[in-house]
Write a protein that binds this ligand. Sequence first.
Ligand code: FMN
Length: 127
Amino acid sequence: MSTPHPDLSEESLVEILKQAQTYNIAHEISGFLLSTHDQLIQLIEGKEDDVRELFEIIRKDRRHHHIQIENEVHSDCRSIPFFGMGLCFTYLVENLDYHFYFTKEEAQQLNGLIDGKIGKLFQEYLV
Ligand SMILES: Cc1cc2nc3c(=O)[nH]c(=O)nc-3n(C[C@H](O)[C@H](O)[C@H](O)COP(=O)(O)O)c2cc1C
């Protein structure tokens, strides 16, 4: 969870999404990023070393701050059914020329995302 830099636009988040698709797929990482007006909530899943390595990259990214880990779970099964990254804005976004992000309704369909302990956090923002 983190606080976006005030200058971090929806377009910049889409740029992050595009870049993250390549990186995450190459490292067999699944990610899901929820963007509210004033918070970023991300779930990252994969092999522990890969996740820690990516977290260190993301932690140094100056486009957000107050970065904190809310929950860390060791499990054999994933919540997100794809490698790469999903992005969902919890508010209405217009004129964004990129359609590979999730609507709130679509994100709610990813049951794994809203189940369990981590899911509770996502659910709060997806209602
Ligand atoms: C909230 C947030 C989440 C991010 N998630 C990912 C991610 O899942 N995968 C990824 O490759 N980059 C992600 N990034 C981008 C990285 O922080 C970084 O910019 C990117 O890996 C490029 O790094 P480089 O400029 O050192 O090449 C995220 C950035 C932010 C601000």
